[in-house]
Ligand binder design. Structure first.
Ligand SMILES: [Zn+2]
Length: 373
């Protein structure tokens, strides 16, 4: 269709970029991943799909036949917003989509969903709808990938899936994103400007840091992956900040430390030899300059020429973060060992309780289950 236009333009010796096609409702059975960091335009892309559907729906009965399979017309769109994301939009009406391009009232075409079961039931209940936008798809449980696969097979619906791809460790966000990637038919990769003040590069990394006494302190590698709530009660600056950064300005201290020292020490502890691990907790809590963590981060900072990595040692509750990494994420320590470390080093139980509450997979071990919060 564009051939004659492109031939004409190429003769003018200009570079032709095709920036954006309107959504193709004639296509069916698509799982379209829209990935990129915060501020890269994922929501704006999804909003355009919804706007396109408004235009496409005004077309003729002939088009309706071309865009439908059974009762489902792919020009009928429902936008699913994760309940986990609600706090971002507290001040707006529940049916309002907010993006950099403005706001859009979607009425009953915007639905709040909590998990893959909600989505599955929404698909069953709305047999006229043929295109599903699931915003922040990576926030859902990994069952979502199979719900989508089943719906595509049985209904030929289209799915548009805006999601973060990488967590602050520059690794795939979670199992859900991994499964969605392996099942996607199309992927749109968006980037944003790096948010470092001295940089205009394209970025795709999510950088987590804490502001402590006016200083930017990069989150250490072992910081908990899921951090939802703040900790106002503790009076400590434990609420993380996020920025989109290019790789050069994405600081991630203590990864070497985790793999070369902390993890092996925990493996040893779980085999009945806890001395090395306990000594390290002792140093991190009471005498950090003698810890392996300290020497590893100092060495990393020098070898990379990134002085800012040293600020990560000022992040509060380092021992609590290390313990959660070993117990909740790597599942290397027994419950007894977890409890004994918490008690021996008087770790902050409120902080630990909050992280357990955010991690629905495991309960706080018995003996520490009562909390004042
Ligand atoms: Zn940069």
């Amino acid at each position: 269709m564009h051939d004659s236009l492109f031939r004409l333009l190429y003769q003018k010796n200009v570079t032709v970029h095709q920036y954006f096609d309107h959504f193709n409702f004639l296509d069916h059975s698509k799982a379209i991943l829209v990935v990129g960091p915060m501020g890269s335009g994922k929501t704006e892309y999804a909003r355009r799909v919804w706007k396109d559907s408004q235009v496409a729906r005004r077309k003729s009965q002939y088009i309706a036949e071309c865009t439908s399979t059974g009762s489902r017309d792919r020009r009928r769109v429902i936008y699913c917003r994760s309940a986990l994301d609600l706090s971002r939009f507290e001040q707006y009406p529940k049916d309002m989509l907010v993006s950099r391009a403005g706001v859009e009232r979607m009425g009953d075409e915007l639905v709040i969903t909590r998990n893959s079961f909600d989505i599955e039931s929404l698909i069953d209940r709305n047999s006229q709808v043929g295109t599903w936008i699931i915003d922040e798809a990576g926030f859902y449980d990994d069952r979502l990938a199979f719900v989508i696969e089943h719906a595509i097979t049985t209904t030929q619906s289209n799915f548009v899936l805006p999601t973060l791809l990488l967590n602050f460790r520059n690794q795939l966000f979670n199992k859900t994103t991994e499964l969605l990637i392996s099942r996607a038919s199309d992927i749109y990769l968006f980037t944003a400007y790096c948010e470092h003040p001295n940089c205009l590069s394209a970025s795709h990394c999510t950088y987590r840091y804490y502001m402590i006494d006016g200083k930017e302190c990069p989150a250490p590698y072992f910081d908990p992956l899921i951090l939802i709530g703040g900790d106002k009660k503790s009076g400590l600056q434990t609420v993380p900040n996020y920025e989109t950064r290019c790789e050069a300005h994405h600081y991630l201290p203590a990864m070497n430390y985790c793999y070369l020292f902390l993890k092996p020490a925990a493996v040893q502890a779980s085999s009945g030899y806890p001395e090395t691990l306990l000594k390290e907790f002792e140093f991190v809590v009471n005498d950090i300059e003698n810890s392996e963590l300290y020497s590893s981060v100092v060495q990393e900072s020098m070898s990379k020429g990134q002085e800012i990595l040293l600020n990560s040692l000022n992040v509060p509750l380092l021992a609590e973060r290390m313990l959660l990494y070993l117990y909740l994420e790597l599942q290397l320590l027994s419950e007894d060992m977890f409890i004994s470390i918490v008690r021996r080093f008087s770790l902050q139980e409120d902080y630990l309780h909050k992280r357990f509450a955010e991690n629905s997979l495991r309960q706080m071990p018995l003996g520490l289950e009562t909390s004042s919060f």
